[in-house]
Design a protein around this ligand. Sequence first.
Ligand code: 0PR
Length: 352
Amino acid sequence: MQMEPQPFDRVLSSMCTEPHPVAREAAERFLATNPGDPGTYRTVSALEDDAIAILGEIAGLEEPAGYVASGGTEANVQAVRIARERADDRRPNVVIPDSGHFSFHKASDVLGVELRVVPTDDRHRADVAAVRAAVDEETALVVGVAGSTEYGRVDPIVVLSEIAADAGAMCHVDAAWGGFVLPFTDYEWHFDHAAIDSMTIDPHKMGQAAVPAGGLLVRSSDLLDELAVDTPYLESTDQATLTGTRSGAGVASAVAAMDELWPDGYRGQYVRSQNNAEWLAGALEQRGYAVVEPTLPLVAADIPQSTFDALRAEGWRLSRAATGEVRIVCMPHVTREMLASFVDDLDRLESR
Ligand code: 0PR
């Protein structure tokens, strides 16, 4: 029996989306290639250079360096690994706001670094005073989030990077989700704006590439050397990625999507998504729900548990933030029509 994937028409909390048609086509074409062996799979290896060049342009990186990872988790783990390597023999700690993604907990487990999780302020952004207080001479890395998973908020990246620099620590920005919408906002989030050492920016989220396509960028290629291990029997001599064999489909689809959409296509999508988020926030507020204002295209709202359960039973794919709000991520597949139908269902269920 042939199985079909779940349709996107009621998916509201995911950070994945329908890949752009050109990305889907490129993924299929490169399905059997392995950029983990660039000596053999030369075309996809060249495409990876293109991917990093465009990601670098998006993120304001003058001399682009990095690689296409399996996702934001791998990119974040590797960023922590680079910082740990740079921190010499000290037992290092990583300072991160509580809005940081759970992949940093995996990094901490795997790499044996201490995670110092500090509170966010009333706007769900890293509390700068708390970050400053947590940083000490053993801090290897300060993490800022540019587009948080739960509320889509952007930390004060410039200040965080200054705190890091003052402490002799590195600064990592997690723009896994936000990286493809932030270029069209006034936020200061990228390499040109601050002393950032590394960044996660995922084509397989708002970038409309096929999974798996995460992005790790580093300020200079010597930072990648911290990750490199020798690969004696391959034509290439070392490998900086965490995975060995990896998907050429992700790499090729990332390039196809970015070639097609950067910048105008992404700008148009940002405008549509942001308008949708603001429309939904307004509709929910009108109905008396407490809403976290969508500063990026992500709406969080206090919807009672019984309604949440009823909506899920109707097929809406929804999840909650740690503090309970329902999250609606306005990904490219989330149209105004879909949101209107969601609000209709909400009205019908609430009036029962
Ligand atoms: N950094 C941030 C800010 C993220 O939001 C995420 C994932 C990651 C890193 C990790 O990225 P990968 O999942 O690519 O490794 N945020 C979503 C989340 O955890 C991922 C997700 C995607 C969840 C699709 C569900 C889903 O259907 O909620």
